[in-house]
Write a new protein. Structure first.
Length: 265
């Protein structure tokens, strides 16, 4: 097996409280490779696109593989998916399943990352797609969720859209590595989606997102170029401009004559 220099779970835990790590959700080998080249610490890659090609592209980045909620339903589903992801080289596994499921995965030695605060798959329980933890009671709810994940054996938690000061207080009281998505610097890593960083967000761009490049304008320009190229191809076919002789396989005149002579009259 190829030697690598990426962090282990023990290394990740050792970073807790020492520095702010960086984390990106990526979707293509190009994005994964760019993140590795830029020195990003952690990547999140969902299971359907977690392939050997993505592992190679991710280089020395510690990769959290997302086990999709709903696509996996039972404990056995999650276990099977996690082991498949481990074979490819996943370093930890995101699981939005029950505490019981997380406990069972952890008991098998699988590093699990949970989710607290705004959890998209369960947002209806906390009032929809909005911040969680702005009151003492809801902040306590987030804290209790963290402690439940800790008790279940999780190594970390994505903490999403929670007041930064709440995150800071929770971080002092949990062993979980907290991956902050719009939850301040009290956690252990700053987590953004590559589509937000690169400026091609497909839907609503969240408040915590920071745009560093405008890939949307470039993608729009490339789409116009695609349409123009395809249109020119169509016109060339219709007018006979394509194919030209240089696009065809040649045959010697004598060989063609001999071929024709063998054909039925």
């Amino acid at each position: 097996m190829k030697k690598n220099n990426r962090m282990t779970v023990a290394d990740l835990r050792a970073q807790k409280g020492k520095r702010q790590m960086t984390m990106l959700f990526v979707e293509t080998p190009e994005e994964a490779a760019a993140a590795a080249a830029a020195g990003i610490d952690l990547l999140s890659i969902i299971a359907p696109i977690w392939t050997p090609e993505m592992r190679e592209a991710a280089g020395d980045c510690f990769v959290q593989v997302g086990l999709l909620y709903g696509d996996n339903a039972t404990y056995e589903d999650y276990l099977r998916s996690a082991f498949a992801g481990m074979k490819i080289g996943g370093d930890a596994f995101y699981c939005a399943g029950s505490f019981n499921t997380i406990s069972k995965l952890s008991a098998e030695g699988i590093p699990v990352v949970g989710h607290v605060g705004l959890c998209p798959a369960r947002a209806t329980w906390t009032g929809g797609f909005k911040a969680v933890g702005k009151t003492a009671d809801t902040a306590m709810y987030v804290y209790n969720q963290c402690k439940a994940l800790e008790a279940a054996g999780a190594i970390g938690a994505e903490i999403e859209v929670v007041p930064g000061r709440v995150t800071e207080e929770i971080a002092k009281r949990t062993s979980l590595v907290l991956l902050s998505m719009g939850a301040g610097t009290g956690g252990d890593a700053q987590y953004l989606f590559s589509e937000d960083v690169l400026g091609y967000t497909r839907t609503h761009r969240p408040r915590h997102a920071k745009v560093y490049r405008n890939f949307r304008a470039e993608y729009d320009r490339l789409q116009l170029e695609r349409i123009a190229a395809f249109n020119e191809f169509r016109q060339d076919v219709e007018t006979g401009a394509y194919p030209e002789d240089k696009h065809l396989v040649p045959i010697d005149d004598q060989e063609l004559k001999a071929f024709i002579a063998q054909l039925p009259k």
